[in-house]
Design a protein around this ligand. Structure first.
Ligand code: MTE
Ligand code: HPA
Ligand code: MOS
Length: 751
C-alpha cells in the first residue's frame, strides 16, 4: 500500500505548521541567542529593540510564571538564560512583534555585556575537568583484564565521529493560540507532543489539561524534535499566556542550525584482543560523549551507545565505559540511531585496525564473530540472532567473490582511481531504553456510516507511521483503507504519549490500535451473531462482508455498524499497549531491555579519485531483516533514506565549531549534505523474511533507524580504497571522511 500522504504531498496540499491559516491578530516571535558561548551576563540592554514600533513586548526569564526549566532527564536547562550563558545561541530573550521581519530586526538591536569564561568544546577536556552531566557508566561482561592475557593479538586506538545536523526540511516551529478558560492550543512541529505539553505546563505554572498540543505531521524530525521542539513551542505559549494573542515562531534555517543541538560527537579509546583463530576475546572501550551545555537526551543516547558497543558481534569479555561530557556547545540530542551508530563505529574501527595489523580483510574477523542465537550481549540479553543469515545471504545473493575480483582487477589496472569495499553488519535493539516509555495508546471510533477514525500517540514525520496505523485497522476490521482516516496527534485525544522515536512508534501505537479495534470488532460480531441467529465465534468479517459459518450473509459492514449503534453498542475504544517482558536494572547494568533486535548486512563499494580526493559510492547492496514487512514500499523508503543519511554523516557532513564555540558550518553553503549526485549509484535491498516470533506489529520489524548504520560501511570502503592507493597511509579513524581528509590520507604516511 502506498503512503497515504503521497497524494497530498505530490499536490502540495499536505499541511505542515506553516500551512495552518493564521488567525487575525497573530504576532510573531524571534529569540535573541547569546553571542558568546560561556560567561556571566553583566548587562542586557533591550531599550533600542523595545522602542521599535512593531515590537509588542520582549520577554526574559523574569516573565516566566512557573519554573524556568525544560530539562527532560536532568533539570539543568533553563528556557531563558538568567545570569549565565553556556553556549553560543543560548536563548536570552524572546521578542514578540507584529511581523516576522520586525521580530528579527528587533533581535539585532538587543545588546548584551558578558564577562567571558573559558569555553570548552572538547569532551576529553571536559572529562578531565570533571565536567560530567551524569556519573559515568560501565557495561561489563566476563573479565577483560584476564582475557587480554590470553590474546594472541591486541590492538589499541582512537576513533572519533563528528556530529550531524538534522536538517529536517521543516525547521523548528510552533503556533500558540489562546483558548477559553485560560487554555492554550499549540501547533508544534514536535516528535513529542506530551513533552511540549508537560514542560509548557511547568514553565507557565498551569495544569497540563489546559494545554492542547496538536501535530498533523512534521517535515522531518530525525530525533531533532524529540526534545528540542519543546522550547520553541513554550516561547509561543509564554507570549500567548501574557498577551492573550496568537503567537507564531518558525525558525529561520540559520537560527535553527545555530541554536539547536545535533548528533552527539564522540571521541573514543578502544582496545581489542583476538585469539589465533581471529575470535574477538576481549574488548575495552571508553566513550567520551560531547553532550553540549545541558543534558537534554544525552544520558539516554550514551546508554544506547553502551548497548550497541559490540554491534552484531559476540564478545565474551567486554568492558565499556561512557562519559557524558558537558561542553559549551548547544545541547546535543537524539539523532537517528540514538548513540548506537557512534558505538558501532568504534568496534568497526577496532576490527579494521586489527585487520590491517594482521594483513587480512576486516571481513575475516567480522564473519568469525557474528553473534549467534543464545549468545549474550554485554547487558545480559540473549540474542535471537539473524546476523549470520544476513551475512551469508549477502555473500551468495550479490556474488561477493566476483565483486572482489573486479575490484582487484580495477585497482591493478588504474593508478589514479581506486576502488574499495566493505561489509557492514548491523544489530539494533528495538524498544526505548527507558522501559517506562514503552507504552502507547490509540483511540478508535467507528461512525454510524461505517467509516472509522484513528488517533494515536504516533507522530507522522515522513516515515509512514500513519499509513501503518491505517493498515492495522483495515486488517483487523477487514474493511477498505478508504473507510479509515488517521487524525492529527493531539494531547486532548491521546494523553501521556511517548515521543515518536526509538523506531518504536509503529510497534507501540500499532499494537494499541490493534487492541482497540479487536475490542470493537468483538462487540460488532456479537451484534451480527444476534441478527444472524448464530454464535459469535462463527461470524467472520472479510472485505466488508459478513460471513456466518463461512457463508456470506445479507449484511454489509455499514449495515452491521448501524445495527450495532441502534442497539446502543459502544463503537469506540481506547486501546493501551505496554511492551511485555522487557526490563533493565541499571544498578548492575543487566536485563532484557529490547523487545527484539533488527539485523542486516550491507556491502558497499566506492571509487576514489586519487588526484582530487573526491569519491563516489558505486553501490550499497544489503540484506535486511524485516521479520515480515507490512509495507514494503514504505520500508524501502526508510532504508534508502537511512542509508543516504548514514553516508552523509560518515563522509561529507562536517560540523565545525571554532574555539569560541561558534558554529562555522551554519548554513547550507558551508554544511554539505548528500544530494541526488551523492547517493549510491546502485542501492539494492533484499527483504529477508525471518520467521522467529517477535513483538513487532504484525511481525513487521521496526525499520526507522537501523538502516542509517549501513552508512558506516562507506567510511570503511573509502578507507580500503585509500589503502589500495597507499598501503602506508596514516588516516586514523576520524569520521567524516570528507574529500579534504581523504586527499590528505592518500598522501600521508606512517613511515
Ligand atoms: N523518516 C523520515 N522520513 N523522517 C524522519 O524524521 N526519523 C527517523 C526514522 N525515519 C525520520 C524517519 C527516526 S530518528 C526515528 S526514531 C523513526 O523514524 C521514528 O519513527 P518510527 O518509530 O515510526 O519508525
Ligand atoms: N531512543 C530514542 N529516544 C529515546 C530512547 C531511545 O532508546 N530512550 C529515551 N528516549
Ligand atoms: Mo529517533 S533518534 O529515536 O527520534
Amino acid at each position: 500500500m502506498r503512503n497515504i500522504d503521497s497524494y497530498t504531498h505530490t499536490r502540495g496540499e499536505s499541511v505542515y505548521l506553516d500551512d495552518i491559516p493564521l488567525t487575525a491578530g497573530t504576532l510573531f516571535g524571534a529569540v535573541y541567542g547569546s553571542p558568546v558561548a560561556h560567561g556571566k551576563i553583566l548587562k542586557l540592554d533591550l531599550s533600542e529593540a523595545e522602542a521599535m514600533e512593531e515590537v509588542v513586548r520582549i520577554f526574559t526569564y523574569r516573565d516566566i510564571p512557573g519554573k524556568n526549566q525544560i530539562g527532560g532527564i536532568v533539570p539543568d536547562e533553563p528556557l531563558l538564560a538568567e545570569d549565565e550563558v553556556h553556549y553560543n545561541g543560548m536563548p536570552v530573550a524572546l521578542v514578540v512583534a507584529t511581523s516576522v521581519e520586525a521580530a528579527q530586526s528587533a533581535v539585532k538591536k538587543i545588546k548584551i555585556e558578558v564577562e567571558q569564561h573559558t569555553v570548552v568544546t572538547d569532551p576529553r577536556i571536559a572529562q578531565k575537568n570533571g565536567s560530567l552531566l551524569v556519573p559515568p557508566r560501565t557495561f561489563k561482561l566476563g573479565d577483560t583484564q584476564k582475557a587480554f592475557e590470553s590474546c594472541a593479538h591486541i590492538f589499541e586506538g582512537i576513533a572519533e565521529t563528528n556530529g550531524q545536523e538534522h536538517l529536517y526540511i521543516e525547521t523548528q516551529g510552533a503556533y500558540a493560540l489562546p483558548a477559553e478558560n485560560a487554555a492554550i492550543k499549540v501547533y508544534s512541529s514536535t516528535q513529542g507532543p506530551t513533552a511540549v505539553q508537560r514542560h509548557m505546563a511547568d514553565v507557565l505554572g498551569i495544569p497540563m489539561h489546559r494545554i492542547e498540543v496538536d501535530v498533523t505531521r512534521l517535515g522531518g524530525g530525525f530525533g531533532g524534535k524529540e526534545d528540542q521542539a519543546t522550547s520553541w513551542a513554550i516561547f509561543c505559549g509564554l507570549a500567548t499566556y501574557h498577551l492573550k494573542k496568537p503567537v507564531k515562531y518558525c525558525l529561520h534555517r540559520m537560527e535553527d542550525m545555530r541554536m539547536t543541538g545535533k548528533r552527539n560527537p564522540y571521541s573514543s579509546d578502544f582496545k581489542i584482543g583476538l585469539d589465533k583463530d581471529l575470535k574477538i576475546i576481549a574488548y575495552e572501550v571508553t566513550f567520551f560523549q560531547n553532550a553540549g551545555a545541558a543534558a537534554d537526551l544525552s544520558p539516554a543516547v550514551l546508554e544506547r551507545t553502551l548497548f550497541h558497543c559490540t554491534n552484531s558481534y559476540f564478545v565474551p569479555n567486554v568492558k565499556a565505559t561512557a562519559y557524558s561530557c558537558r561542553t559549551n556547545l548547544p545541547p546535543n540530542t537524539a539523532f537517528r540511531g540514538f548513540g548506537g551508530p557512534q558505538g558501532m563505529f568504534v568496534i568497526e574501527a577496532a576490527i579494521a585496525k586489527a585487520a590491517e595489523g594482521l594483513g587480512i580483510a576486516a571481513s575475516e574477523i567480522q564473519k568469525k564473530n557474528l553473534i549467534q542465537t543464545g549468545e549474550e550481549f554485554s547487558y545480559g540479553q540473549k540474542a535471537e540472532s539473524e546476523a549470520i543469515v544476513c551475512w551469508e545471504k549477502v555473500q551468495s545473493l550479490y556474488d561477493v567473490e566476483k565483486i572482489k575480483s573486479e575490484i582487484n582487477a580495477f585497482n591493478t589496472s588504474n593508478t589514479l582511481y581506486k576502488k574499495g569495499m566493505s561489509f557492514m553488519p548491523i544489530c539494533f535493539g528495538i524498544s526505548f531504553t527507558k522501559i517506562l516509555m514503552n507504552q502507547a495508546r490509540a483511540l478508535v471510533h467507528v461512525y454510524t456510516d461505517g467509516s472509522v477514525s484513528i488517533s494515536t500517540g504516533a507522530v507522522e514525520m515522513g516515515q509512514g507511521v500513519n499509513t501503518k496505523m491505517l493498515q492495522v485497522a483495515a486488517a483487523i476490521f477487514s474493511i477498505s483503507p478508504n473507510k479509515i482516516k488517521v487524525n492529527s496527534t493531539n494531547t486532548y485525544r491521546i494523553a501521556n504519549t511517548s515521543p515518536t522515536a526509538a523506531s518504536a512508534a509503529a510497534d507501540l501505537n500499532g499494537k494499541a490500535v490493534q487492541i482497540a479495534c479487536e475490542k470493537i470488532l468483538e462487540r460488532i460480531k456479537a451484534v451480527a451473531a444476534e441478527i444472524l441467529k448464530c454464535g459469535s465465534s462463527v461470524i467472520e468479517i472479510n472485505g466488508e462482508k459478513i460471513y456466518a459459518n463461512k457463508e456470506v450473509a445479507d449484511l454489509s459492514w455499514d449495515q452491521l455498524v448501524m445495527a450495532a449503534y441502534l442497539k446502543r453498542v459502544n463503537l469506540s475504544e481506547h486501546g493501551h499497549y505496554a511492551t511485555p517482558g522487557i526490563h533493565f536494572d541499571n544498578t548492575i547494568e543487566k536485563g532484557h531491555p529490547f523487545a527484539y533486535h533488527v539485523y542486516g548486512t550491507a556491502i558497499t563499494t566506492v571509487t576514489i579519485d586519487c588526484l582530487r580526493g573526491t569519491y563516489e559510492v558505486d553501490a550499497v547492496k544489503l540484506v535486511h531483516d524485516f521479520g515480515t514487512t507490512m509495507n514494503a514500499i514504505v520500508d524501502k523508503g526508510q532504508i534508502e533514506g537511512g542509508v543516504v543519511q548514514g553516508i552523509g554523516w560518515m563522509t561529507m557532513e562536517e560540523i565545525v565549531y571554532d574555539a569560541e564555540g561558534r558554529l562555522r558550518s551554519n548554513a547550507l553553503s558551508t554544511y554539505k549534505v548528500p544530494d541526488i549526485y551523492s547517493v549510491p549509484k546502485e542501492l539494492n535491498i533484499h527483504y529477508l523474511e525471518t520467521l522467529n516470533d517477535n513483538l513487532a506489529i504484525f511481525r513487521s520489524k521496526a525499520v526507522g533507524e537501523p538502516p542509517l548504520m549501513y552508512g558506516i560501511g562507506t567510511y570503511f570502503a573509502l578507507r580500503n580504497a585509500i589503502k589500495a592507493f597507499n598501503p602506508n597511509s596514516n588516516i586514523g579513524f576520524f569520521a567524516p571522511m570528507t574529500p579534504e581528509k581523504l586527499l590528505m590520507g592518500l598522501y600521508s604516511s606512517t613511515k
